[in-house]
Design a protein around this ligand. Structure first.
Ligand code: 13P
Length: 260
């Protein structure tokens, strides 16, 4: 198989960690550990809680940092009586470039369905940002042999009504739920196979060229010690990193996986 021309993307999903003051210290430490070359062949996004976004936007601008700003969620309406929600429009105004959509924690803890994920994906695109659309199976689904069916359906429904040209610019994250925060990583072969299943579902929905253009990340207990072998797999185009992104040293080492 020819080497992929897809540019890898490594994203930090801080989840509900780090207030805006910690954000400054953390990102300064991270930037200090990295060199310009580290960004040459990989995009690096940081997705902090909403309350940190303005601070991080300012820091990136003031210090001319190479990080891309990301958010962890959004609401699909532009504005209105939706107490507690944050619209994709507002995120775009903060120079957010990536928005995580349909994370398994949103699906499991906050009742997000494939239909909601589709609405959010469309809202992110409508506001000229890039969605990171999460898919992934539970342990029960995996043990019942349903992984391929579950992730294919999640991918198809997330992209319903989205054109091929736009889909080609999107990012998908395959995150097996049993590997999130558990220290249990999918083997590189397993992760690669399921990313391949997701790509095949997207090729069915669109065409081969579109599916080949879409970047598919793996997420679930990615650490400095396993990033390189995961990233070496042909279907894996990056990582969505939870726990290990909270430590600037660990996250820097993951970004520097080619040197590991
Ligand atoms: P961990 O890296 O902590 O397993 O989390 C993965 C994840 O959910 C990233 O979105």
């Amino acid at each position: 198989m020819p080497e992929s021309s897809r540019r890898p993307i490594i994203a930090a999903n801080w989840k509900m960690h780090h207030d805006h003051l910690v954000t400054i210290q953390h990102v300064q430490k991270l930037a200090y550990r990295l060199e310009k070359d580290d960004f040459e062949s990989v995009d690096v996004a940081i997705c902090p809680p909403f309350t940190d976004l303005r601070t991080l936007q300012n820091l990136i601008q003031a210090d001319k940092l190479e990080f891309k700003l990301g958010a962890q969620n959004c609401y699909w309406e532009q504005e209105g009586a939706f107490t507690g929600e944050v619209s994709a429009l507002f995120l775009a105004k903060l120079d957010v470039e990536y928005v995580i959509v349909g994370h398994s924690e949103r699906r499991q803890l906050f009742g997000e369905t494939n239909e909601i994920v589709n609405k959010k994906t469309k809202a992110v695109i409508a506001n000229e940002m890039t969605p990171i659309v999460c898919v992934g199976e539970t342990l029960e689904q995996r043990e019942a042999g349903e992984t391929a069916a579950v992730v294919s359906e999640q991918a198809r429904e997330a992209f319903a009504g989205i054109s091929a040209a736009v889909a080609a610019t999107c990012v998908v994250a395959y995150e097996p739920i049993w590997a999130i925060g558990t220290g249990r990583t999918a083997t590189p072969d397993d992760a690669n196979d399921t990313c391949g299943v997701v790509r095949a579902a997207l090729a069915d929905l669109y065409d081969d060229a579109t599916a080949e253009a879409i970047r598919i990340q793996y997420g679930g207990s990615v650490k400095p010690g396993n990033a390189k072998e995961l990233m070496a797999m042909p279907e894996i185009d990056g990582a969505l990193v939870g726990g290990a992104s909270l430590d600037p040293d660990d996250f820097a080492r993951i970004i520097q996986y080619p040197r590991a």
